[in-house]
Design a protein around this ligand. Structure first.
Ligand SMILES: [Cu+2]
Length: 498
């Protein structure tokens, strides 16, 4: 049993709001302790970033990409092969980097033996390209997804197959997709080699290196090995300067409370949907599954030789194992000059006034008779649970009346802002546009957003993917009509030329 510090405990209870979280629940264990699981000493494997995918061709308006989903055997541990299902046979998949307002056509070929659907999370795609859970690509088929890239932000693409997404993502179907615009690129923020994705994802391995998928009876999936960009607890060598990290929690269920072992601040510059209006500093912050935060860490304050651990402090309803309290280690190894800086104004985003909302809707997220439901319902393609008109501003009241779980609620298509949580202001680092909302234990979160730019049917759901699959998912319809999500079905291979 790990002793939790008074500071940890106080912060934890502050995060948990009025409910008291007892440290008795915070037991440490390790799958490896029975000698059966594959693991590794933290901070012994080198950090790496996923490769950037090159378009196979480009024209005046559009870049054309191709990705093949296929089984592969990769090394999470030196000399041990692990079977995955990967975009181009990798986990994470290759990163797509795009410029705002250029169009992407991404051809996804299914060479797996199971069906998939690809969702580009955060993108305002047309309904037929949004990865609708029932618009699936059967084995031996392919689909060309069209993305408008109409905002600069950190997106990610991942599986969204009906009832199967948790297993498909866990087996490897996730990758990052970054869109930048001129305004962002003109800022003096760290760039290029100092602008780095951190994709965090926990896994559990058997002794032969194979992945164990254990969703604890469709409740939650918590691995004992924390990977960053597909490497268990990597060690990253850094210069004594500022770095920008685009952090994505791509875990199935686990949330993290990030903090630096040195006690120094994290500087938050962006949320799910892009840059904030101004930077926010925080000693620690929680990040639930599918959330993205853009962070600056300034290593210039540390002498060469300093080791800085990105920690995962305790959060309720997350299972703790021997090393799940740490994520990666930065080793400050060299001196470099740094001409980057963090402007006091990052973007011109404004709060959406509460008075602009034309209505409020209430959604409660519950466990009923062993099934995760929204307002008592599971998924049905034939049911619409909200019908905002195009350009309507609405307030959605996301309610969760339980101390036994937490939810990360994701709305497709739109970006929202958090008005309040249990009547209190959101954490300062949440004050940007977001598409995933941490609805913690006994929390009610009010979010406000404008339903645009497309009409049509879009899903909303919990992004604990185990919950999403069983069956905490619904849909809204923006305006009347819109393009049918099933109107661009996948085609049989062989593919015509792209
Ligand atoms: Cu949930």
């Amino acid at each position: 049993m790990k002793i939790i510090s008074r500071r940890d405990f106080l912060t934890l209870t502050a995060i948990a709001g009025s409910s008291i979280v007892l440290p008795i629940a915070l037991q440490n264990r390790g799958y490896a302790q029975n000698g059966k699981s594959q693991t590794v000493q933290p901070f012994t494997l080198p950090f790496r970033t996923p490769p950037v995918l090159k378009p196979i061709r480009s024209d005046r308006t559009t870049d054309y990409y191709q990705i093949t989903m296929r089984p592969a055997r990769v090394e999470f541990f030196t000399g041990v092969k692990t079977a995955i299902w990967g975009y181009n046979g990798m986990f994470p998949g290759p990163t797509i980097k795009q410029r705002k307002d250029r169009q992407s056509v991404v051809r996804v070929i299914n060479n797996l033996s199971r069906s998939t659907s690809v969702h580009l999370h955060g993108m305002a795609s047309q309904p037929q390209y949004d990865g609708y859970a029932e618009d699936f690509i059967s084995p031996g088929y392919y689909k060309d997804y069209v993305y408008p890239n109409n905002r600069a932000a950190n997106f990610w693409y991942h599986d969204h197959m009906m009832h199967q997404s948790a297993r498909n993502v866990y087996m490897g179907l996730a990758g990052m997709y970054i869109v930048q615009d001129d305004a962002e690129l003109s800022l003096p923020l760290p760039k290029d080699a100092y602008d780095i994705p951190l994709i965090i994802h926990d896994k559990q391995f058997a002794s032969d290196g194979s992945l164990i998928f254990n969703d604890q009876g469709q409740i939650t999936l918590m691995g004992d090995v924390i990977t960053v960009n597909g490497v268990p607890w990597p060690r990253m060598e850094v210069a004594n300067r500022k770095y920008r990290f685009r952090v994505l929690n791509a875990s199935i269920s686990r949330s993290y409370r990030l903090a630096l072992s040195t006690g120094n601040d994290l500087i938050v510059i962006g949320t799910d949907s892009g840059l904030m209006s101004a930077p926010v500093t925080t000693q620690d912050m929680r990040i639930g599954t599918a959330e993205r935060y853009d962070l600056i860490i300034d290593f210039s304050q540390y002498p060469i030789g300093t080791q800085v651990v990105l920690q995962n402090l305790q959060l309720p309803n997350n299972d703790n194992y021997d090393n799940t309290d740490k994520i990666l280690r930065f080793d400050v190894v060299r001196t470099e000059s740094d001409n980057s800086s963090i402007p006091s104004t990052l973007s011109d985003i404004q709060p959406i006034p509460e008075s602009s909302a034309v209505r409020t809707r209430n959604f409660s997220f519950d466990l009923q008779n062993g099934l995760w439901v929204i307002n008592g319902n599971g998924w049905s393609r034939d049911r619409i649970d909200a019908n905002p008109q195009l350009e309507d501003v609405e307030i959605w009241n996301l309610e969760h009346d339980s101390s036994n779980s937490f939810h990360l609620i994701h709305l497709h298509l739109i970006d929202c802002q958090i008005l309040d949580r249990n009547g209190q202001p959101p954490f300062p680092y949440e004050r940007g546009f977001k598409d995933v909302f941490y609805v913690g234990e006994n929390e009610t979160v009010r979010v406000i957003g404008r339903f645009r730019p497309n009409a049509g049917k879009y899903m909303f759901h919990c992004h604990n993917i185990v919950h999403e699959d069983h069956d905490m998912m619904s849909q809204f319809q923006v305006g009347q009509g819109g393009i049918d999500p099933l109107s661009a079905p996948p085609r049989r291979l062989p593919a015509r030329p792209l």
